[in-house]
Design a protein around this ligand. Sequence first.
Ligand SMILES: *Cc1c(COP(=O)(O)O)cnc(C)c1O
Length: 363
Amino acid sequence: MPTTTRVFNFSAGPAVLPLPVLEEAQRDLVSLPGVGMSVMEISHRSKTFEDLMHQAADDIRALASIPAGYAILMLQGGASLQFSMVPMNLLAPGATADYIDSGSWAAKAVKEAKKVGKVNVAATTKADNYSRLPNAADMALTSGAAYVHMTSNNTIEGTQWTSLPLVGDAPLVSDTSSDMFSGPIDVARHALIYAGAQKNLGPSGVTLVIIREDLLARSSDTLPAMLSYKVHAENDSLYNTPNTFGIYILGLTMKWLRSLGGLDAIACINQRKAGKLYAEIDRTGFYRGTARRDDRSLMNVTFRLATDDLEEAFVKESAAAGFDGLTGHRSVGGMRASIYNAFPEEGIDALVSFMREFERAHG
Ligand SMILES: *Cc1c(COP(=O)(O)O)cnc(C)c1O
């Protein structure tokens, strides 16, 4: 039976989920096979749920080849709560944390960290409207920093690191909310990785945290329990009731990713998808990519047209043609096509055709 018609969803987040994941969830929504209840109705302390959560964690470990010595946590509060939890747990009084200010989300992380402790903005590209990543020479790192915080993919501006910045011995903390598992990730070079699930991992309401276990010792016992990595790690993310349904969908999404061939395979697909779109943007000059070429994101493709009127027409006509969510973030303007792992390649091909036709009509 064909699924209800689906539009091409370019939303930046919450974002498109893999169709097989939605279909499996739909099939099993009322009664999980062998359980006779919905996944939303079972105890988070039940063996069924614990198995499901451990399976998701095992799939995450396998996907990213996570070395021993890292804990996987599934928390709530989104990436935004991590902006606070990271410094509350890792930034001791008197110490300094370095932040790389590469985009609007990075700036929010800085703002929250400053409420907790001492922050050094090691580099910023704000003066360039975050249209590029900092160059290595721009970086002013603190020796003995508590950690260095980076944002692997700048969702709003459409830039993405293709290799990790060199931070010496400092523990590297990365907000990977918008490109987690879009390709291989070298976990061993990170101390902590976090990602709100709703872009590339599943639905909103789950936050994946991968933390090197030696860092857990930094969580002070005076922290509220719900804000302590140590408490969540000691309780296997079950200190209180987690987002059971969200974790279930995240688990299905990890299973789907493994079935595709894992992170090397998805990286290849993502390169091809983004490559088609950037090629069209660069073809004649009618469209203009807003990010520096070397820093272009494979996840969020940002571009503009020559005038506001043209952009307005593009948004209107593309929406009428069944493309949803192409309006750029209000702080950047223009257009943004978010093309996460689950975004189908047919949708890219369709958008490229639409862009050509639009240029022919308006160019
Ligand atoms: C979306 C996003 C956030 C905010 O995520 P929430 O889960 O809504 O708090 C933070 N950082 C990046 C890079 C994002 O893309």
